[in-house]
Design a protein around this ligand. Structure first.
Ligand code: G1P
Length: 291
């Protein structure tokens, strides 16, 4: 059913990280650690598991550390090598591009919204379907969330939006989808709305941060008027594209941690430490002692 393979992912990382300041003042929020790796490390790993070959980071001012993270730092690598710390050296190298030219960094010169951030990637994406991953939404899932989305895309073609039930009373904080009936986890969408006022939401399913989109979205985003919060919203652009292309919502199997939020980041740290065979026992003992 699907056409071209999904090879590229857009990762909008330019946000200010308002809810995790001052930690995110000089360290981009997506470089904050979950256990011993930055949030972005998990998201890049998730993307690779879904077959992504090219990463397009949409960055803002002061976020040069993101580019540096995905480059070699010989001082660190040489020191680790000299000391024989091979495990740490492997960890330090795990997120590096497999070959040069695998990552692009694009400056979003003003924070005009998610739709604008995605539009900034148009020339690098070109004329092929692509993934969008909101990195502060960390997803623990087997298979990984984006791989689930790609599998859905292989069945339906068109556009895929990963969704999940919103916590009670929180639909107004998210993009919310409307479905054409619900049968299993993959359903045709009939609408979507960004941050609907409470009581007007078309369902309780929120857009949780993984998308597969057709490149036709770019020409729509180019002239997309500002929407909720005065921002150029990706949801509004997708709603326009839905008038001429299919959209399916995939309720993925897994757990999402909103790492742009203090408690979400804390939950991710606890959950990911408990899921690590080398740390689980010590983590459990440490948490127990605190309680
Ligand atoms: C963005 C999207 C929204 C989505 C949310 C998930 O909103 O616009 O549709 O539900 O991410 O985190 P933001 O969190 O940037 O306000």
């Amino acid at each position: 059913m699907a056409g071209k393979r999904v090879r590229k992912a857009v990762l909008p990382v330019a946000g200010l990280g308002t809810r995790v300041l001052p930690g995110a003042k000089t360290t981009p929020k997506n470089l904050l650690n979950v256990v011993d790796r930055p949030i972005l490390s998990y998201v890049v790993e998730e993307a690779r598991a879904a077959g992504i070959e090219h990463f397009v980071f949409i960055v803002g001012r002061g976020q040069g550390a993101i580019e540096d993270y995905f480059d070699s730092i010989p001082e660190i690598e040489n020191a680790l090598e000299a000391k024989g710390k091979v495990d740490i050296l492997a960890d330090v190298r795990r997120d590096l591009p497999k070959q040069a030219g695998e990552m692009s960094f694009i400056r979003q010169m003003a924070p005009l919204g998610l739709g604008h951030a995605v539009w900034c990637a148009r020339d690098v994406i070109g004329d092929e379907p692509f993934a969008v991953m909101l990195p502060d939404m960390l997803m623990a899932a087997t298979p990984p969330a984006l791989a689930q989305a790609v599998a859905a895309y292989d069945r339906t073609g068109g556009n895929i939006v990963v969704v999940e039930p919103a916590p009670e009373g929180e639909t107004h904080k998210y993009g919310i989808v409307a479905l054409d009936g619900q049968d299993g986890r993959l359903n045709r969408m009939t609408g979507m709305v960004e941050k609907p006022p409470l009581g007007t939401e078309p369902s309780n399913l929120f857009i949780s941060g993984r998308y597969i989109l057709q490149p036709d979205i770019f020409e729509i985003l180019e002239t997309q008027p500002r929407g909720a919060g005065g921002e150029i919203q990706l949801t509004d652009g997708m709603a326009t594209l839905m008038k001429r292309q299919d959209f399916h919502a995939l309720e993925y199997e897994g757990t999402t941690y909103d790492c742009g939020d203090k408690i979400g980041l804390l939950r991710a740290n606890v959950a990911f430490a408990l899921a690590r065979p080398d740390l689980a026992d010590d983590a459990r003992a440490a948490i127990k002692a605190l309680l």
